[in-house]
Design a binder for this molecule. Sequence first.
Ligand code: HEM
Ligand SMILES: *[C@@H]1O[C@H](CO)[C@@H](O)[C@H](O)[C@H]1NC(C)=O
Ligand SMILES: *[C@@H]1O[C@H](CO)[C@@H](O)[C@H](O)[C@H]1NC(C)=O
Ligand SMILES: CC(=O)N[C@H]1CO[C@H](CO)[C@@H](O)[C@@H]1O
Length: 570
Amino acid sequence: MANTTLLLVAIPLIWLLWGAFNLFTNYQKASRLRVPLVFAPVSPDNPMWIAIQTAFPFVFQYVPFQSIPWIRYCRLGWEFHDRCKTHERLGDAWMLVTPNRNWLYVAQNDAAVDIFSRNRDFARPVWMLEMLNVFGPNVSTAEGPEWQRQRKLTATPFNDQKNVLIWAEALRQAEDMLRSWLAYGEKGVPSTADDSRTLALHVLAFAAFQKSYPFKSWMNQNSSDRPTTYRDSLAIILKNVLIILVLPVKAFEIPFLPAKWARVGWAVAEFRRYMLAQLAEEKQLAAEGKQGSGNLISNLLRASDELAQSGQSTRQTGPARGLKPLTQDEILGNVFVFNFAGHDTTAISLGYSMLLMVAHPGVQDWVAEELNHYLLSDDRQSWKYDEVFPKLKRTLAVLLETLRLYNPLPGIPKYTGDQPQVLQANGRDINIPKDTLVVPNLMALHTHPRYWGQDSLTWRPSRWIETSDPPTSTLGTRFRTESIMTPPKGSFIAWSEGMRNCPGKKFAQVEFVATMATVFRNYKARPVVKHGETLDEAKVRVLNVVKNSTVELLLQMKDPDSVAVTWAPR
Ligand code: HEM
Ligand SMILES: *[C@@H]1O[C@H](CO)[C@@H](O)[C@H](O)[C@H]1NC(C)=O
Ligand SMILES: *[C@@H]1O[C@H](CO)[C@@H](O)[C@H](O)[C@H]1NC(C)=O
Ligand SMILES: CC(=O)N[C@H]1CO[C@H](CO)[C@@H](O)[C@@H]1O
């Protein structure tokens, strides 16, 4: 008994001492950099700490993280709440000293560009993403030559022909979504953010497997049913992704689990089964010398086979010459990562943008002006991707502005690995030791008044549009001269920069613009006012719901369903 008590005291004590010792060692390393230092008792990437925060969020609701500097920076997603405050206080580069590793935060655009372009010096900290290997290795978790190979072999699904398909499917899904929204009438749509998720899921399912699902079908789901379609399994997997990533897959196969958990296991199994079946079918087609179905698996398989073969037989200079074809696990791993990387990011951008538009009717009018100028026919079939998409700049500006302030990823950390590096920031060379995280601070870069002016915290899509025309000119000529403004390089990094940027950037833009165009061309949205509330108060409330966000894996609103939205013809 006494022994147990002793152990109960000794273990945490040793753990604390060990932490304090490491913190001290890291402090000594950090002080050599001669940048301002900030201390944190736990590293923000400590898996145990992340698990505690996600499992017991209510405990942390009452901790005033913001007002206690000592723990402020341990909080998952502190970057979102901090914006550029710490950088304004401490300068363009400062270091977070933790018991685990030191993190150098940088908010200078040139330094950020430098970090992204030196992708060997500042590599992706793969251990943070290792969990993503549930379905096999993948382009996102690989590093070095292995990543290069995978990136080349997986580039095919992102060519411009695919965008035509994405455009058409997004238009179709958005039309369905709009129809279901109109049916709510004065009562208002209670699920704007959820519906945006469904839309993103369906567009992705179409891009991956050319399966088109009716928008409504998801709502009549019975939550204890076994998922039977690719879409359903994917939806369950994405909803429970954190837990799937943390637990081994076998954990879901234990008998007598609660239905909710068993369902996750079924979904994982079904998703794998579906992908394997597709793969077998594609291999069969390829063996018979037939054309592939054109879906994601077919693209990956054929890209890897063709490129690999052409590399072996003819000694030409193609980019993928002599590359080892993707293995089965790698194909599955990549399909999963594409779904994972492409779903929540797009869904979040759509959800936030929708509610921000609801809170800003002026922006709705401004976007509708453009839509009505360029989209003359009500028939969506006539909205051709290559004709229309490049013209809808105001609509695209809504996405850019949302990503500027509400970026789904809180940061894009890089890592010096086993070599020290020199980086120019704070007006001098900083010698960064090995084993240090170097983070271009996305939120700070996106909100710094130096790049975005005094109203940098205001959501104002028109800041992205520049025009050479005097304001007195007619709408027609004004639209012709409007173009998307290019911010200082490195000050907007929503899709990252350099070699390792996001391959799905155009995909996301096409999907977003198609959706917004469908929804806002002929209709206006406003919040349903609560009892005793004015419309202006309701708009402020919506804005507060948007601002009331946290980061779990990605940014999310705490309570998006508290906003009901009614749609009416304009
Ligand atoms: C608004 C939507 C999106 C945003 C903001 C976004 C952002 C990003 C960022 C910042 C990265 C780099 C992450 C890092 O270096 O740690 C990334 C990587 C990636 N994204 Fe996206 N993304 C979006 C949509 C998509 C879509 C639609 C797809 C696919 C359909 C996609 C597929 C990927 C993949 C595969 C990677 C890993 C690339 C590599 O490691 O070489 N993303 N994304
Ligand atoms: C869902 O399915 C279960 C069993 O299949 C059934 O008992 C239940 O009534 C269904 N619920 C709904 C809402 O259909
Ligand atoms: C944010 O949302 C949570 C969850 O709905 C709520 O409890 C909290 O009061 C909200 N905070 C603010 C500042 O509105
Ligand atoms: C974290 C990591 O690198 N995971 C896997 C990524 O892919 C490579 C090669 O395909 C594997 O060796 C890694 O285990």
